[in-house]
Design a protein around this ligand. Structure first.
Ligand SMILES: Nc1ncnc2c1ncn2[C@@H]1O[C@H](COP(=O)(O)OP(=O)(O)OP(=O)(O)O)[C@@H](O)[C@H]1O
Length: 259
């Protein structure tokens, strides 16, 4: 389990996160939504240790995140941030292999190479393996970075430890086919003893995929619960300043939002 207790974070007197507490459970696919500037990326950075809160604590199981050695964290936690560019050009296969750095010293083993290939294949990018990363389209770059974090958390057959996957808008550049392919893939990972925490903007994707929704507004949590509980007409109107309409999907019977 991941537990965040009373997190607050400010920069120059500006409160980016204000007294946020939450619990993330393995097996649950958690999606966080909220308006631009609400604090989603900042909260993800606090949950992953990229930023340190001025107040509050983050626990991974029984350990404070700050007490877990970085080498251990690198094998249990992977983060996909919004920044997709790299400071120098690498081949696609080299970018994915970065996900295996926690597992080898100088040179990747044949097993590392096989895992990297499998992860590239899982996101439909195997045929781009030897291409220069800089030459890829925005969506292709996003898929390669997804392959990198999948490679980082790839399990050995005897590894049953809890893993943590954090994705900040991982499908923002993807076409509709890959949006669903990637969300189906990470939902499956959640069911394999993994905590999966994903930031998205698409309310309908959250209604379709999320086990738990966290709605954040102006640095504070507005609601936590199932999508049905949290993404209500009143909440969407209050947080996004848009009046939503809900219709019923003719085949699945679930709610679909239109504006
Ligand atoms: N280094 C910084 N200095 C000052 N303000 C910052 C800094 N980083 C972020 N902010 C501000 O904090 C607020 C929250 O930013 P954050 O990136 O967490 O929002 P977000 O909910 O992820 O937004 P978006 O949906 O646009 O990605 C924003 O108003 C942002 O401008």
């Amino acid at each position: 389990m991941l537990r965040a207790e009373n997190l607050s974070f400010q920069i120059g007197g500006n409160r980016l996160i204000d007294d946020v507490s939450l619990t993330l459970l393995p097996g649950e696919f958690t999606m966080m939504l909220g308006p631009n500037g609400a604090g989603k990326s900042t909260l993800l950075k606090l949950l992953t240790g990229t930023e340190t809160p001025q107040q509050g604590q983050v626990w991974y199981g029984n350990n404070l995140l700050t007490s877990i050695p970085l080498a251990t964290q690198a094998r249990q936690k992977a983060v996909l941030s919004q920044l997709l560019s790299l400071p120098f050009d690498l081949r696609v296969e080299e970018v994915v292999m970065m996900g295996r750095y926690p597992y080898f010293d100088l040179n990747p083993t044949s097993q590392d190479k096989q895992i990297a290939d499998e992860c590239l294949d899982a996101v439909g990018m195997f045929s781009f393996k030897t291409r220069g990363f800089a030459s890829l389209s925005g969506g292709e770059k996003q898929k390669v970075h997804l392959a990198r974090v999948l490679a980082q958390l790839h399990r050995q057959p005897d590894d049953t430890s809890l893993k943590y996957l954090f994705l900040d808008e991982p499908i923002s550049a993807l076409d509709i086919h890959y949006q669903h392919q990637i969300l189906s893939l990470v939902r499956k990972l959640a069911s394999q003893n993994m905590i999966v925490f994903v930031i998205v903007h698409d309310i309908n994707l959250a209604l379709q995929y999320a086990d738990k929704v966290i709605l954040i507004d102006r640095a504070r949590i507005y609601g936590i619960g199932t999508a049905e509980e949290v993404l209500t007409e009143a909440a969407i109107e209050a947080v996004f300043k848009m009046k939503p309409w809900f219709i019923t999907h003719p085949e699945t019977g679930r709610r679909v939002m239109i504006c």
